[in-house]
Design a protein around this ligand. Structure first.
Ligand code: KIV
Ligand code: ZN
Length: 397
């Protein structure tokens, strides 16, 4: 099976992190964007955590009845009943129940024995199955869990009825080959009885690399968020996982259902709802992801975009490549920008523009179109040329 399911947790793991809380109307709009994007499973909240989360899961279930909506629940009766109640209007409800399995969490957080945790996991899955056939179990902190115990718990929850088994790298501790090894072991163990899922945090900046390594080892569900938001350093960024699979299909021969040209729109909408956007140099959706400043890069890009772009901005929904004219820009890029702004310059004028531009740009971060227009107009006035034909221009935004 080469299909990889995208489980979006922007509205749950993402939303629960600092600066990311959203109102129910915002969550509904975001859910609509995620549905259009083509996510397979939409985790809409953690209903026991707050009335707002309950309301969001309920509202998303009512508004998008055909969508697979997931609600999170700890492995206990109260949580599972609350999740089931919030999902009552969903046509394809998924209860996602979890419990920590690492000795660190058992000793310091849960104060439970391995047997007690195993019993709770099995009981939770069995209870959830009374409400829906679609039950996912997550072994929180799986990557720091003793392997034999993890295997035992995975077997047990599948026997109890879990159809998806998620092995989170909760603290972003794993590295790709190690995570792939772990996933491979569980995929072999479970066979086609359950989909193995991955959920990676980015504490070491490896969330996407770990997720992709896991897919190559047999995982078929990736849990991720728009812009990579999530606890601490965040979750694997959905847009990066999807575009890596799309662009490097030669090495990652899998399919997702994501309409990649809607990625930028989803990223922008999220940015409007929360308190921060992606950093400028963020892959795929950052402000500079398709910007070229170095002269050599601009020259190559203008001759053929494929010299410096491995995907087109349009393929991820970015309206246009933005060449930033800064101190590293060359004559070619300056001439092209002047042309885009409606000026046909002579060679002498380009030369003059280049000289004055580099002088100004040396002390600035970059020049806006308006500033370039003013400069070009000054040059044309000072050095008129019969071959300067065009006087029409529009100020590009
Ligand atoms: O990071 C994690 O372990 C989680 C689980 C609840 C899936 O978010
Ligand atoms: Zn998480």
């Amino acid at each position: 099976m080469s299909r990889v399911y995208i489980f979006d947790t922007t509205l749950r793991d993402g939303e629960q992190s600092p600066g990311c809380s959203m109102t129910t109307p915002e969550k509904l709009k975001m859910a609509g964007q995620l549905v259009d994007l083509g996510v397979d499973v939409l985790e809409a909240g953690f209903p026991i955590a707050s009335d707002g989360d309950y309301e969001a899961v309920d509202a998303v279930s009512r508004q998008f009845p055909w969508v697979q909506v997931a609600a999170l629940a700890r492995a206990c009766t109260l949580d599972i009943e609350r999740a089931a109640s919030a999902l009552q209007h969903a046509k394809r409800p998924r209860i996602h129940t979890f419990i920590a399995t690492s000795d660190i969490h058992l000793k310091y957080k849960l104060k439970k024995s391995r047997q007690e945790v195993l019993d709770s996991a099995v009981a939770a899955v069995a209870l959830a199955r009374n409400y829906t056939d679609d039950v996912e179990f997550s072994a929180e902190d799986a990557t720091r869990t003793e392997l034999e115990y993890l295997e035992e718990i995975c077997q047990a929850v599948v026997e109890a009825g879990a159809r998806t088994v998620n092995l989170p790298d909760t603290v972003g501790y794993s590295v790709p080959d190690e995570y792939a090894e772990l996933i491979g072991r569980i995929v072999t163990l479970l066979g086609d009885r359950a989909v193995v899922s991955v959920h990676c945090h980015d504490d070491l900046g490896l969330a996407v690399a770990n997720s992709l390594a896991a897919v190559r080892a047999g995982a078929r569900q990736v849990e991720c968020t728009i812009n990579g938001i999530g606890e601490r350093a965040g979750n694997a960024a959905l847009e990066e996982v999807v575009m890596a699979i799309k662009i490097r299909h030669d090495r990652l021969p899998y399919e997702t259902n994501i309409h990649s040209e809607k990625l930028f729109g989803a990223s922008q909408m999220l940015t409007h709802f929360i308190t921060f956007g992606p950093q400028p140099n963020k892959a795929i959706v950052g402000e500079n992801a398709f910007a070229h400043e170095a002269g050599i890069h601009q020259d190559g890009y203008l001759k053929n975009p494929s010299t410096y772009e491995i995907m087109s901005p349009a393929s991820v929904g970015v309206p246009e490549s933005r060449i930033v004219l800064g101190k590293h820009s060359g004559r070619h890029a300056l001439k092209k920008r002047a042309e885009d702004l409606g000026f046909q310059l002579t060679r002498a004028q380009v030369e003059e523009l280049y000289t004055r531009f580099t002088h100004i740009a040396d002390n600035k971060k970059g020049l806006r179109n308006e500033e370039i227009i003013a400069l070009v107009k000054e040059i044309i006035a000072a050095h008129p040329a019969t071959e300067t034909l065009s006087v029409q221009y529009t100020v590009a935004k």
